[in-house]
Design a protein around this ligand. Sequence first.
Ligand SMILES: C[S@@+](CC[C@H](N)C(=O)[O-])C[C@H]1O[C@@H](n2cnc3c(N)ncnc32)[C@H](O)[C@@H]1O
Length: 209
Amino acid sequence: MALKDSISKSEAAQYDEQCRQMEWHGHEALFGMMFEYISPGQAILDIGIGTGLMAALFHKAGLEVRGIDASEAMLEICARKGVARELVVRDVSESGWPYRDESFSHLVSCGLFHFLNARNLDVVFGEAHRILKPGGTFGFTAKGIIGGRTEYIDRESGIRIFCMSEAAVEALTTRYRFRVLKKMPYWTFNDAGRTEPAVFYLYVVKKRG
Ligand SMILES: C[S@@+](CC[C@H](N)C(=O)[O-])C[C@H]1O[C@@H](n2cnc3c(N)ncnc32)[C@H](O)[C@@H]1O
């Protein structure tokens, strides 16, 4: 089952509250890591924008936010917050994102990559390089490997989850001509009961010329 097809209206409505209950602060940490590179008025694209948890922070900082997500239910909630200029319902793993070359100063993605396989990520990084201005930054999260598990089916949702080593993330960024500026591990849990530890790597990378 793919996540993009699986989010109901009621699940989307509960998403923000669930993040609070899980004490998920990945979006705030990634925003903080991006902060030194952003300025009011700059264009930023949030892929897998969801309900706009992270987009709201960039909007508050004065950036012009656009977003893509495959879930209409998540985008409905996001639209109500008024944090994005434009929201597009779309699967990011299909190339041909509807934006001009070099039209964004920044690109961000929080909590998306673990739903994408290697081929999907190739599309994302190819499109990222195309739409970012030279020197533009890309902030994202990638789920790390624990106990040698590179992919698994999530027990609660039935969705396939993909984990990556730091070496795999960095090979991908190098292949698509990005340079790592910052990275940080963020420890959290897979489940609401906080029994199963999980780690996400938060990265900020910069587009080479
Ligand atoms: C865990 S949520 C994160 C939402 C938001 N970025 C945040 O930080 O709160 C993951 C989001 O990615 C979206 N998503 C998953 N697979 C996708 C795909 N292939 N294309 C576009 N969006 C996708 C989901 O619909 C969901 O809104």
